[in-house]
Ligand binder design. Sequence first.
Ligand SMILES: [Zn+2]
Length: 262
Amino acid sequence: MNSVDLVKSLCKFRKIPISRLEKDLNFSNGYIGQLKKGTFPDDRLKQIAEYLGVTVNYLLGNTDLVMCPICGFGNNPLSEHSELEHLEFHQKFLNLKQKYPFLMNYSDSKKNQLIAIEELRTHHNPEKRADIFMKYFQALYSQELQMNGYEEIYGMSFNSLCERQIDRTLAHSNSYDGINPETIDWLNKKYNIKYNSNVVMENSKYYINDDTAKAAQEIFENKELRVLFDAARDASPEDLHTVHSMLMALKRKERGDYDEGC
Ligand SMILES: [Zn+2]
């Protein structure tokens, strides 16, 4: 469908007379009917997209879906079923956001996660790092909730996710983006994370096998891979090398780079 047809279909689906759209947007009466090429000037296309709550990309016919900026649901605005599904999803998101005000949709949480990883490289003040870690944990918990269809997760509270993440990141406490006891103290103080840093320091050797630790460090230092990777504490070095190769192959595939074997 061209842009004009899409606008006509959407108006029909939502029972909005074309004449009303034209009037509301200060277009002349009959304007849309006389557009024979099926296209709009850019500024008007933008106006119509805003009016109908869709994107310019959608009206250009580049996609069937419009992503909700709040809950992140990919909605087909010409499908009643999709609209209903979205309403339900959206409501669940809003309900959960009352309990977790930091809750963000999937794409925002991915963005924030990456920003936090970047920021940890440049900020060394323990208090500032506590803030960044908190932002990171919130992004991760938002992803957990999203994967659970925005239902409450009973097995893992936000606090237990923070503790688990502190545990994991402690394994890398010597590297620039690790966490140290001072930062953990700030997290405890500011955000009431009940993490005992004394216990932590005794257990700071995360991987039991030294070779495993080395292999894990190699993966951890590769930023692309680390986002995908959470290693098990008792993994063997061979396990990690396998995972490493698999992840590299996946990343190559993602980039459309098939010519290398793995
Ligand atoms: Zn929504």
